[in-house]
Design a protein around this ligand. Structure first.
Ligand SMILES: Nc1nc2c(c(=O)[nH]1)N[C@H]1C(S)=C(S)[C@@H](COP(=O)(O)O)O[C@H]1N2
Ligand SMILES: [Mo]
Length: 383
């Protein structure tokens, strides 16, 4: 079998004029994804040298929504971009050592770029579909590869800048930058291909954005979870999946609040007898869906006052759930001291349902859903 050469790909559509235009939007998506990803990673870090802001309450909902939406839009953009440049894989380097080395370097950097980009989009998509076909830690790996991806994007843009500028400065039908063999008209015009690409990206956005934007719910086929679930809020992990049904419904349930060797135990009725606050706060899952709820419960700060915990204390929250990555979470002082941060006992004016964290769950403003611990057993000052 003979390897194809560049000349075996005669379509006019595979042109730098198309690549650069799709690449521009792909770059925008990657940039937004990267920055919002950094925000999310920081929000989930165990230590916050600079406090994560508790306002606006919808901040994380917006940044994480953007993260998932731009990541999804990048999928069709990346596919079209790869399709337009694919023939270049089969080009023959010029003779001589220098061109060969340069050629290998370029291929190597593009290989890293493509591998990192595909990994980021595929792992992110799988994660938002709650499918975890890997054994590594998603967050650490997705974060590490993000740096590889953004670094190789920057390098790639720098290397290609002359071509990008020439392509974007000329008409999309201008053949000046085309490979000599790329002369055959495609099934679509270049403008037609670009319009189809924008449409595909738009459909990808609509299909996922519905999990964040209520008006779009009806058109969102990929957003299955939004609006389902008791009390009009989706459920991420049910009580039975977390194996807490018995302990959460037991009459022996007591919340422990501790500060060093000072601690108190409170039943759900003790908690209900304390001063209650009500706040509208969203649950914003890192996987992209989010939903607003009206939560009522005891301000966490009030509980900490009962054991003499000073302001500025970071707090450890432990769930009744015995295994899984979210059984213990850190509630940083910037949240613990905010009077909107609740140990919620009710949602939408009704007692919290078992799946939303009965008897009591944490809900704080502007925070990743993954840290809004359900079925809380213990709140203690972190030392
Ligand atoms: N104990 C415990 N708390 C948890 C989880 C969990 O698996 N176990 N999942 C978290 C995640 S990922 C999200 S998005 C929210 C969802 O809350 P909800 O199911 O009430 O909507 O709960 C968080 N609290
Ligand atoms: Mo989540």
């Amino acid at each position: 079998m003979r390897l194809p050469t560049e000349d075996d790909f005669p379509s006019r559509l595979r042109s730098a004029a198309v690549t650069a235009r799709v690449g521009l939007w792909l770059g925008v998506c990657f940039a937004v994804c990267f920055v919002t990803g950094l925000v999310s990673h920081y929000a989930q870090a165990p230590d916050h040298p600079v406090p994560f802001p508790a306002s606006p309450v919808w901040g994380y909902r917006v940044t994480q929504g953007l993260h998932v939406v731009t990541g999804t839009a990048a999928v069709p953009l990346l596919l079209v971009k790869l399709w337009t440049v694919y023939p270049r894989l089969f080009r023959r380097p010029e003779r001589g050592w220098r061109p060969l080395v340069l050629d290998l370097l370029e291929r190597g950097s593009v290989l890293i770029l493509v591998a990192a980009a595909v990994f980021q989009l595929a792992s992110g998509l799988a994660n938002s579909a709650q499918w975890y076909p890997w054994s590594f830690s998603f967050r650490t790996t997705h974060y590490a590869v993000a740096w590889v991806a953004i670094g190789s994007v920057l390098l790639h843009v720098a290397v290609k800048l002359p071509v990008i500028r020439a392509a974007l400065g000329a008409d999309v039908d201008d053949p000046a930058l085309d490979r000599p063999a790329a002369t055959r008209p495609g099934v679509l015009t270049r403008r037609g291909l670009l319009r189809t690409t924008w449409l595909a990206a738009g459909v990808a956005v609509l299909a996922t954005a519905g999990s964040t934007v209520p008006l779009l719910r009806r058109v969102s086929v990929l957003a299955v979870r939004s609006g389902d679930g008791p009390q009009d809020v989706p459920v991420n992990k049910s009580a039975s999946a977390a194996r807490v049904t018995a302990s959460a419904t037991s009459g022996a349930y007591r919340l422990v609040v501790a500060n060093g060797d000072r601690s108190i135990e409170l039943s759900r009725s003790d908690l209900l007898a304390m001063p209650q606050s009500t706040h509208d706060l969203p649950i914003a899952c890192v996987e992209g869906w989010s939903a607003n709820g009206t939560w009522t419960g005891v301000p966490v700060r009030h509980l900490l006052d009962q054991v003499g915990a000073p302001r500025g204390s970071d707090v450890l929250v432990t769930s009744l759930q015995e295994s899984g990555p979210f059984t213990t979470t850190v509630l940083h002082a910037s949240f613990a001291d905010d009077d909107r941060t609740l140990l919620a006992l009710a949602l939408g004016g009704e007692p919290l349902s078992l799946d939303h964290g009965f008897p009591a769950r944490v809900i704080a403003p502007d925070r990743p859903g993954v840290l809004q611990t359900k079925w809380v057993a213990r709140i203690e000052v972190r030392t």
